[in-house]
Write a protein that binds this ligand. Structure first.
Ligand code: FAD
Ligand code: NAP
Length: 545
């Protein structure tokens, strides 16, 4: 069903809803609100086309680590049945093609204005409308503002001294230039997170020499990527209803049942047997959550998993000094990494490892990168695989004003806060997709759950003739506290990563996710719906200052 509504229901507004973002989240929001609910919708993205993450991250080796059968939308049975893929995991071009297909199927592009950045948004208490301003100086108003700005989208590019002097090329993986050819070049890569690991594996066989600048060593298990034949894919299709029901009731929503066995109940030998099985099967989330129920909560079980991986590193990497540098010293409690033969790359003659925790990068020179020891690495290209200002990074770039002129930057001065990962007290009719304090999972089913909930809240508003909806401050505080309590029951806050904002110098450490799982999260959404939105204030009077 496609409807290209051109009449606005909201009195005095240009549109009923403005959607920002053309990734999974924004695309689904446009479809729901325009095609299913008949609202007049305008959408923006500063990219040149749809895709979001998969438009920007075109670096060599870019791959999902969610399995192909569930890194997709579930809302349309025909779309699921028509879908196909080559391997257990989807490559970036495949995901981009999929999202382009979704945009075509539902005629979503006709609502988008691309190459356009939203620089400011302001809620007008007198009219109850949002006003957005673009980087081109255009403005538009709407009753509802839906932001799908991406939680891993605002790139983090550390400012190294001397970078302007460097005569070589500098790329960031999250803004990868079309057609970059690195064959035969001396390449340096800064960063060994999920992205760095994928680029390192892809480039090692192509470049003349690859120097990896590693600050924190990582636990990387095999991804287990292999071709999937038609029969396997047809089996997934035949079982889609059961598969998606399981996913939406599970914790991490990665398409497997999380273990219910405590690692503390079994012997060390049994733990190793289970870890070995998981190592052979492949998959980062499987290794952390399908093996034992308490890898991410018990220090002992976590140490067993970590030691298992360290023994693998020692076995795989031939040079004991390189193996030592590759051994992580912290807990196994970041978003789990997986890849094909990551540690084996370091046995190659054209790959060297610079441990920049032991010997930090001090500056860029005209020819490369200099370390504190004085060693200079001469490089034709330096790749920043340095990640993202996660979750709130794209929000704080926009001047977002709510009631009484309060800004999102002020509200989030001590770290981002969100009610159900979607709403903010004092920011009426603003709905964030994958905003702060949302679920930490395979993301398409989570963002689909959010957009469904947002669309239903909007439908209720329209049916009841409401003008505004916003959470009470008390409901928001309680949700944030719930997120904090659950996070503190895990080991995740004890490891420094983007999940808590620890990767950005100066960023306040904050609980940015609901770690209670998608099933419980969906129950919480359902409870709000069934209560008649009793955590919300409708049609609140203006608090104009
Ligand atoms: P995005 O896809 O990030 O889209 C946000 C869009 O908003 C962008 O196009 C951006 O240009 C636009 N935008 C932002 N600010 C503005 C503005 N001010 N004005 C206009 N436009 C704006 N998740 C998984 O669950 N499994 C995976 O395997 C997985 N792999 C990943 C691999 C990589 C390399 C990365 C970076 C992330 C991965 N993720 C994965 C997370 C991924 O981001 C989500 O799965 C999903 O794609 C997010 O969709 P989104 O629509 O919320 O945001
Ligand atoms: P990341 O996990 O934040 O990793 C960034 C890397 O850059 C880290 O190794 C970090 O070191 C390093 N770094 C940052 N600043 C540095 C500096 N000043 N000097 C030296 N090193 C520096 O980012 P990412 O790898 O892009 O991944 C982010 C998330 O995107 C992932 O967790 C995942 O959710 C998603 N993703 C998924 C996949 C996938 O497999 N499907 C692929 C890519 C990305 P420290 O660790 O010491 O900070």
């Amino acid at each position: 069903m496609i409807s290209n509504v051109t009449a606005t229901k909201t009195h005095g507004a240009d549109f009923d809803a403005i959607v920002v973002g053309g990734g999974f989240g924004g695309l689904y929001a446009v479809h729901k609100l325009r095609n299913e609910q008949g609202l007049h919708v305008k959408a923006y993205d500063n990219a040149s086309d749809v895709g979001g993450t998969w438009h920007w991250n075109r670096y060599p080796g870019a791959l999902s680590d969610t399995e192909s059968f569930c890194y997709r939308f579930s809302f349309d049975k025909e779309l699921l049945d028509q879908g196909s893929w080559q391997s257990r995991y989807l490559t970036q071009p495949e995901i981009l093609e999929y999202l382009n297909g979704v945009a075509d199927r539902f005629d979503l592009r006709s609502s988008y204005q691309f190459n356009t950045k939203i620089v400011s948004t302001r809620f007008d208490e007198a009219t109850g409308l949002w006003h957005v301003l673009t980087d081109k100086g255009e403005s538009a108003s709407a009753k509802y503002l839906i932001t799908g700005l991406g939680l891993l989208s605002a790139i983090n590019k550390p400012l190294f001294a001397g970078i302007d002097k460097y005569r070589g090329e500098v790329y960031h993986t999250g803004a990868w230039p079309e057609g970059a050819d690195l064959s035969g070049k001396r390449v340096g890569i800064i960063g060994t997170g999920s992205t760095g690991v994928q680029v390192i594996i892809a480039l090692a066989p192509v470049v003349q020499h690859l120097t990896v600048f590693q600050r924190s060593a990582q636990y990387v298990v095999p991804i287990g990527n292999w071709p999937e034949d038609t029969e396997t894919i047809d089996n997934y299709k035949a079982n889609y209803d059961a598969i998606w029901q399981q996913i939406k009731g599970s914790q991490v929503a990665f398409g497997f049942a999380e273990s219910t066995t405590s690692g503390l109940e079994v012997s060390e030998a049994e733990r190793d047997r289970v870890f070995e099985e998981a190592w052979q099967r492949g998959g980062g989330f499987r290794f952390m959550f399908e093996t034992f129920t308490d890898v991410a909560t018990s220090h002992d079980v976590n140490a067993s998993a970590a030691n298992f991986i360290k023994r693998k590193i020692a076995k795989i990497v031939k040079d004991p000094e390189i193996a030592r540098k590759l051994m992580p010293g912290d807990l196994y409690a970041k978003r789990p990494l997986c890849a094909t033969d990551y540690y084996g790359v370091y046995n190659r003659k054209n790959v060297s490892l610079a441990d920049v925790k032991e010997d930090p990068i001090t500056e860029f020179t005209a020819n490369g990168v200099r370390l504190a020891s004085g060693i200079e690495h001469e490089l034709d290209v330096v790749i920043f695989a340095t990640g993202f200002d996660a979750v709130d990074g794209n929000y704080t770039k926009i001047d977002i004003h709510g009631r009484g002129g309060v800004t999102i930057r002020e509200k989030w001065a001590d770290g981002p806060l969100g009610y159900l990962g979607m709403m903010e007290a004092d920011f009426p009719n603003m709905f964030m997709i994958l905003g702060p304090n949302g679920p930490f999972t395979n993301l398409p089913p989570s963002l689909e759950s959010q957009v469904d909930w947002i669309a239903e809240a909007i439908a209720t508003m329209e049916a009841d003739g409401r003008s505004t909806i916003e959470p009470t401050q008390a409901a928001e505080d309680e949700w944030v506290e719930t997120c904090r309590t659950i996070a503190n029951m895990t080991l995740f806050p004890k490891a420094e990563s983007w999940i808590f904002g620890a990767n950005i110098p100066g960023k306040k450490n904050a609980v940015m996710f609901y770690l209670g799982g998608l099933g419980n999260y969906r129950d919480a959404l359902q409870a709000v719906r069934e209560s008649g939105y009793d955590s919300m204030i409708f049609d609140r009077e203006a608090v104009l200052t």
